[in-house]
Design a binder for this molecule. Structure first.
Ligand code: SF4
Length: 468
């Protein structure tokens, strides 16, 4: 039987008053074995919750009475208490296959679980999806979901997933859409395999078979120095431009036929192709912001709004479903980035009065045009420290994949007296991907949430005096 292990009990919570303790295992809630936090939440919302608990091998009952909808006050060790459904694919572009050995185990987990798609926004290929899963998604209204499409041609899709079930599993996408589930799709483009005419054909397939899709994100594959796949190559400027041309052509077609753009290209494409990002309105509300689509424009819009005294749109990274599910274990890539509140971030030693924003190569290209605006508005001596990703090598240039070792090495040759601002997108539970803690870095840094409003607030809070 699956069991959820309690890792923390909120003081003065309904659960605390019944004596539930960290280490206890929850076997059932109101007589139902709980497989995941989705079921847990439904039962925990009841005004009377009967918990069957195992402690030290002995089972006992605890009954909690509380207002309906009030949290029990438990933090649990995992979002899924049975087993995370792992993927049965072998995608040649899989980034997990390109991780060096020796990183923390959770990073190697190849999940393909619709529940994590709902909870975290992870993309699922649906190759292991079943009729029972469909029933549950529909009956429990688990929406939105995120589906990896890659190609609508069955042969190309099964080749990309290296799984013959890839040829047929998009039938589940059609079933989900028919049932009214909101679904966002993704196409990871691998040059020579699903770009060019294949990408064109895929978007035609979307229009023809899946027009109810909320959005489709087109993202380039990442190629690290650890890939063992000779056919996986980086996007050249010409390839990125060609992909953008196709996406923009299809945006026009989708607007004519559906009244919305539906397909959006990742920010990386505009950087690689050396083209300007689309204007903020063209992202239609930034529905795939967390997939790296529109981040640069959303960031800029927030910076400009806050500097003008207007409220920020607040399209920063979202905490997702776990923002409200009590007990957010979340060891995946959407785990809470900082345990401490942002304003409790460590303050650097004051010295030069200069402020340095630490960022990756792509982040640098998005931030550079904003520097004059920020300098003028805040009268702050401001610069960027662009850190190259030596850990992964290859074409990995997004800020979120920077490791502590690379950041620390880059900081080591920088002046001691600067304020260094580090975006929290590099952290998961206060740690970098390589396990480095912020406190291990060679210079003290202040961790700032990765959104324009937070950057302005950090700069304003400590912007040095004009005459200082
Ligand atoms: S489905 Fe995802 S996790 Fe599985 S092999 Fe493909 S890219 Fe990797």
């Amino acid at each position: 039987m699956p069991a959820a292990r309690v890792v923390a009990v909120a003081p003065d919570s309904p659960a605390a008053s019944t004596g539930i303790r960290p280490g206890d295992e929850i076997l059932t809630l109101n007589g139902e074995a709980v497989r995941d936090v989705i079921r847990y939440q439904l039962q925990a919302d009841e005004p009377v919750v009967e918990l069957e608990i195992r402690r030290g091998g002995l089972e006992q009952l605890a009954v909690v009475e509380k207002p309906a909808g009030a949290p029990l006050g438990l933090e649990l060790d995992s979002p899924v208490f049975d087993r995370v459904q792992t993927c049965d694919n072998h995608c040649p572009f899989c980034f997990i296959h390109q991780l060096p050995k020796g990183m923390r185990r959770s990073l190697y987990l190849q999940d393909d679980d619709y529940r994590l798609s709902f909870l975290y926004g992870n993309f699922t290929t649906l190759t292991r999806f079943t009729e029972a899963d469909l029933e549950r998604v529909v009956s429990e209204k688990l929406s939105p979901l995120y589906v990896s499409i890659h190609a609508t041609d069955p042969d190309v899709r099964s080749r990309l997933l290296r799984n013959r079930r890839g040829a047929t599993s998009l039938r589940w996408l059609a079933a989900l859409l028919d049932a009214g589930v909101e679904v966002h799709g993704q196409i990871v483009v691998c040059p020579g395999i699903n770009d060019g005419a294949v990408l064109d054909d895929t978007l035609l397939g979307v229009l023809d078979r899946f027009p109810q899709l909320a959005t489709v994100g087109v993202v380039p594959l990442g190629v690290s120095a650890y890939t063992s796949e000779p056919d996986m190559r980086e996007h050249s400027r010409a390839i990125a431009s060609a992909v953008l041309d196709i996406v923009e052509r299809w945006q026009r077609r989708f607007r004519e036929t559906l009244g919305r753009r539906l397909v959006f290209a990742a920010d990386e494409y505009y950087v690689i192709a050396a083209r300007s990002f689309p204007v903020a309105e063209d992202y239609e509300g930034f529905p795939q912001h967390e997939n790296g689509i529109g981040m640069a424009r959303a960031f800029e819009a927030d910076v400009r709004a806050v500097l003008a005294g207007e409220p920020a749109a607040g399209v920063g990274p979202r905490a997702g479903f776990f923002a409200w599910v009590e007990g957010a274990p979340a060891d995946g890539y959407r785990a809470p980035r900082q345990r401490a509140a942002p304003n409790a971030a460590r303050r650097a030693v004051r010295g030069s009065g200069r402020v340095t924003i630490v960022t990756g190569e792509y982040g640098g290209q998005a931030l550079a045009p904003l520097l004059p605006v920020l300098r003028a508005a805040l009268r702050a001596p401001l610069r960027l420290l662009i850190v190259r990703n030596r850990f992964f090598g290859g074409n990995i240039a997004v800020t979120g994949l920077l490791t502590g070792r690379d950041v620390s090495d880059a900081l080591a040759s920088e002046p001691v007296g600067d304020r260094y601002l580090l975006p929290d997108v590099v952290l998961s539970r206060d740690r970098f991907l390589d396990g480095f803690a912020v406190t291990d870095l060679s210079r003290p840094v202040e961790v700032v949430p990765t959104d324009g409003a937070s950057l302005v607030a950090a700069l304003r809070g400590d912007a040095p005096d004009e005459d200082a």
